[in-house]
Design a protein around this ligand. Structure first.
Ligand code: CTP
Length: 446
């Protein structure tokens, strides 16, 4: 019996997939079809798969060509499968020509001609009109964000706004954007969604204006500096049927998601304490060190360190207390925020002029999780126990600057008409704004 194997995402099942499977089956007597998981697709940079794995399996099954359907979930699996199932022929469409020649050591490799003028990418575009994204602000994070948009299908960054029109123009030229503007309502007219990357204190006004015009909003952290403002923005977003998402990139990274699920799985028992630290030394003349109203370490990095705390301990803390080392101008150079909970405690450390170990430590009744710096770009973490010989290490892929994950979630939410994110919830965003407000009140008081 001649065994044939082929792989694919088979998203939005189309004629090209059907033809490929038909011809693959004709190459032998028994056809095995490997279908990718969302996580595997994500790890190889294929974001925005529309159909669920179950639906994609169902569509392949319906063709009647597959004798066996398997799931492909990791790199290197093809080599394993070929040996495991005793495969004679490995086949894929001609778009992969040459790419899998290394498998010739194990079996015959056949590239079948691809059906013209159809692809999942094309169908995704037809199903969901391209989201035109505009960017407010042209600073450091904006420069990192722009290239990341290219990795997510369904969205195109087409314009940029800066009240200083010249800056907007410079940015647009540099990143090849169609439009730029120094006038906010004109800028908002030409887009469907906006990414806000302007100074902290301007987020609220821009977000409000965009939402009132029915634009989806992805807003850099901290989204607002007052709890009531965050509540108001979510209210408007709901009224206008818009997505409002705070861009805390770590929250959307696959590795961080994994860390949260392991932490909540019971493997370290009941979680009692979360300590998160993020410090980055910045020059004396930077905004972080000179902006008396909105600079400082906590406003800069506090959202980052509060994220795992809220995710694991919740937003219902009993008390929060801050200790800071401040510069002569009153700006906090280093801040510790202590949170106490009914059943535990948490600590956030942030610094712009004090360097510390940037780690995330989650302590439980049976063990603890340690994610070392840079835990916010979660690529690996360890679960450790009383017995030092017992240790589990987890690794995850983190692509590029990692901003593509939040962009991808933003796009998926818009497409699905699902305006709530479980990865960073409305409740968490509001609580985060509440902490920022308390911190600013305290700093002002000082
Ligand atoms: N395929 C084909 N003809 C097409 C599209 C896909 O023969 N017009 C083949 C691919 O070469 C592959 C299999 O179908 O062997 C599954 O491909 P997949 O990547 O799932 O489909 P695409 O439509 O290429 O998806 P995308 O646009 O997301 O890359």
């Amino acid at each position: 019996m001649k065994k044939v194997i082929t792989y694919g995402s088979f998203d939005l099942f189309h004629e090209g997939h059907y033809n490929l499977l038909k011809r693959a089956k004709e190459l032998g007597d028994y056809l095995i079809v490997g279908i990718t998981t969302e996580q595997f697709d994500e790890s190889r940079g294929k974001l925005n798969i529309v159909d669920s794995l179950i639906d994609r399996i169902e569509h392949v099954k319906e063709t009647g060509f597959a004798d066996l359907i398997i799931i492909e979930d990791h790199l290197g699996q093809k080599v394993e499968d070929i040996q495991k199932y005793g495969v004679d022929i490995f086949t894929l469409g001609s778009d992969w020509e040459g790419k899998y020649d290394y498998l010739k050591e194990l079996c015959e490799v056949v590239y079948l001609e691809r059906t013209k003028n159809v692809s999942s990418t094309m169908l995704r575009r037809e199903k969901y009109p391209l989201i035109r994204l505009g960017m407010i602000g042209t600073g450091r994070i904006a420069a990192r964000f722009a290239p990341e948009t290219h990795f997510v299908s369904g969205i195109v960054l087409n314009s940029v706004y800066n009240p200083y029109r010249k800056q907007a123009e410079k940015f647009a030229v540099r990143y090849g954007l169609e439009l730029y503007s120094g006038e906010i309502s004109e800028f908002l007219e030409h887009i469907d969604a906006v990414y806000i990357a302007s100074p902290h204190e301007t987020h609220y006004e821009y977000a409000k204006q965009a939402l009132l015009m029915g634009k989806h909003v992805l807003c850099e952290k901290p989204m607002t500096l007052k709890e009531e403002e965050a509540r108001e923005l979510f209210r408007i977003a709901e009224e206008r049927n818009c997505v409002l998402l705070e861009a805390i990139k770590t929250a959307f990274c696959p590795g961080f998601q994994r860390l949260l699920s392991i932490a909540k799985s019971g493997s370290i028992g009941q979680i009692c304490d979360v300590e998160a630290c993020f410090t980055r030394l910045t020059g004396e003349n930077t905004r972080e060190r000179t902006d008396k109203a909105y600079g400082g370490s906590f406003l800069e990095f506090g959202s980052q360190t509060l994220l795992p705390i809220f995710k694991l301990m919740g937003t219902e803390y009993k008390e929060i207390r801050f200790d800071s080392i401040c510069d002569k101008n009153g700006i906090d150079l280093y801040t510790k925020a202590y949170l106490s909970y009914e059943n535990g405690m948490a600590l956030s450390k942030s610094g712009v002029a004090v360097k510390s170990e940037g780690q995330l430590l989650i302590s439980g009744t049976k063990g603890y999780i340690l994610a070392e710096s840079p835990w916010w770009l979660t690529q690996s973490f360890e679960v450790r126990y009383e017995d030092p010989n017992k240790k589990d290490t987890y690794t995850a892929k983190f692509l590029g600057d990692g901003l593509r994950y939040e962009i991808s979630d933003f796009v998926n939410m818009i497409h699905a008409g699902e305006y709530k994110s479980y990865k960073f919830t409305e409740e968490e965003a509001i609580a985060m704004a509440g902490v920022m407000e308390k911190f600013l009140q305290k700093r002002k008081g000082n």
